[in-house]
Design a protein around this ligand. Structure first.
Ligand code: OOG
Length: 259
């Protein structure tokens, strides 16, 4: 049976809503079609009352590319329903097989819309200068696919596994972001470490990658948008009772308790 893009969106949306895993796509769809599926899922989430709050980048670090076997930068969407307050315990009840990863989070001061005939570098610079705040964050990813296995078209269709995110204390931007030490801890033990240059060799490059994806796929950047820059380390499985901590030099550490 060949599913239409609408059918694929429905299958993935239902898997997410019911927290049940589903099979990888049998259909060979193009990456453009996979972004179309993602938009159809966003339509469903907006129709159920969620609000779009910004884009997230994925596979901006070698650690993540190697862990998941996908070597292209991807973008997904975030909604208010994914925004978890880190002062509250995270329940795993509505998730399938969640993992967590440390990221940098940017907050836009003013909206950025692409304009005709602008170069990708110009758009990247406008995004960078619209960013007002930056924080340490953590993203909870929860692939809707069985065994957390996917190819590029699968993961783009599945809104890049986006599930939840938490944001630490915002700092003013611009500020120095390159070469800062990163530690990822579970129950007080360092389970992975990196530095912020794990993101594209310099986290400021995230704006260029985002600009490319916006010109290609039309992601919106409203005023106040939240942008996730992608994980700096491999992701870790989440389990009940854990205390997860992301530390990035010069920022307040961010802690999340799992219920
Ligand atoms: C896909 C999402 C990857 C990141 O930060 O690299 C991602 C996945 O690993 O399930 O968000």
């Amino acid at each position: 049976m060949t599913l239409s893009l609408q059918d694929i969106a429905e299958k993935l949306h239902t898997a997410q809503a019911n927290a049940t895993e589903t099979s990888q796509l049998e259909e060979e769809i193009s990456i453009d079609s996979a972004y179309e599926v993602q938009r159809l899922i966003l339509d469903r989430r907006l129709a159920q009352g969620e609000t779009y709050i910004g884009p997230k980048l994925g596979f901006t670090s070698k650690a993540k590319m190697e862990q998941m076997g996908v070597h292209n930068i991807i973008v997904g969407f975030l909604t208010d329903a994914m925004d978890h307050d880190p002062s509250e315990e995270l329940s795993l009840k509505d998730l399938i097989h969640p993992r967590i990863e440390p990221e940098l989070v940017f907050e836009l001061g003013s909206a950025v819309e692409p304009v005709a005939d602008e170069s990708v570098e110009e758009l990247a610079e406008r995004i960078r200068s619209a960013v007002r705040k930056v924080a340490v964050g953590m993203e909870v990813i929860d692939s809707r696919y069985k065994d957390f296995k996917f190819n590029l078209a699968d993961v783009v269709s599945d809104n890049t596994s986006a599930a939840r995110f938490v944001v630490g204390q915002y700092q003013d931007f611009p500020r120095e972001l390159a070469g800062l030490k990163v530690e990822f801890l579970i129950n007080g033990e360092v389970v992975d470490s990196a530095d912020t240059n794990a993101i594209l060799g310099d986290p400021n490059e995230a704006f260029l990658e985002l600009a490319k994806m916006i010109q290609k796929y039309g992601f919106h950047l409203p005023a106040g948008a939240t942008i996730l820059g992608g994980s700096m380390t491999a992701a870790q499985w989440l389990e009940a009772g854990q205390v997860i901590e992301a530390r990035v030099e010069t920022f307040e550490p961010l802690t999340l308790k799992v219920a």
